[in-house]
Design a protein around this ligand. Sequence first.
Ligand SMILES: N[C@@H](CCC(=O)N[C@@H](CS)C(=O)NCC(=O)O)C(=O)O
Length: 209
Amino acid sequence: MIDLYTWTTPNGRKASIALEELGLPYAAHPVDIGKDEQFKPDFLKISPNNKIPAIVDRDTGIHLMESGAILVYLADRTGRLLPKDGAKRYQVIEWLMWQMGGPGPFLGQVHHFVKYNKGKAPYAEERFLNEARRLYGVLDKRLAEREFVADDYSIADIAIWPWISRYEWQTIDLNAYPNVKRWYVAIARRPAVERGYHVPKKVNEIPMP
Ligand SMILES: N[C@@H](CCC(=O)N[C@@H](CS)C(=O)NCC(=O)O)C(=O)O
């Protein structure tokens, strides 16, 4: 049994979608970051960077923060969604790291400046929107030649998809990125993704272009 500490955000949904895809038994514990629950001392013991998601695996005693590390752990625990070794494993890790260093931080800045603080910092809005469009372009090019970012559906897709699901917040027209749109819709229709998206609670339907 895995305890998942999470909230209704892209980083949190990565972990719940992976748990659903892998069929691992888990208990979801809401950490309302709007109420600063991520700063509670008990949570900081497992997530010292005061961010969700975090997990505790009751069977192994292992606890982890950082969604990328959590995805690798869950995949290795089951032998699925991440090849065990060889070039294909590193290809998945390559695109997982791309998400952790690119769409995660930069689309997060778009949410901050463009959705929540529009007009306060035009330079930041322009800078982060340009970077968002560049990242969507990179993903679109990658998906022009393959069904999923690392050929087979993997934790790399699971890491990227929840960030793309906020395309409306990012003022991104998915029609401008047809390969991303095709990939996004295909993943959105997976039953495990539908279930994982609504953890720890349902706030809206999955946006559909
Ligand atoms: N690099 C971290 C980022 C996690 C993250 O930014 N979590 C946000 C929600 S999406 C959070 O918990 N924010 C609360 C805070 O910063 O105090 C990961 O991928 O797990």
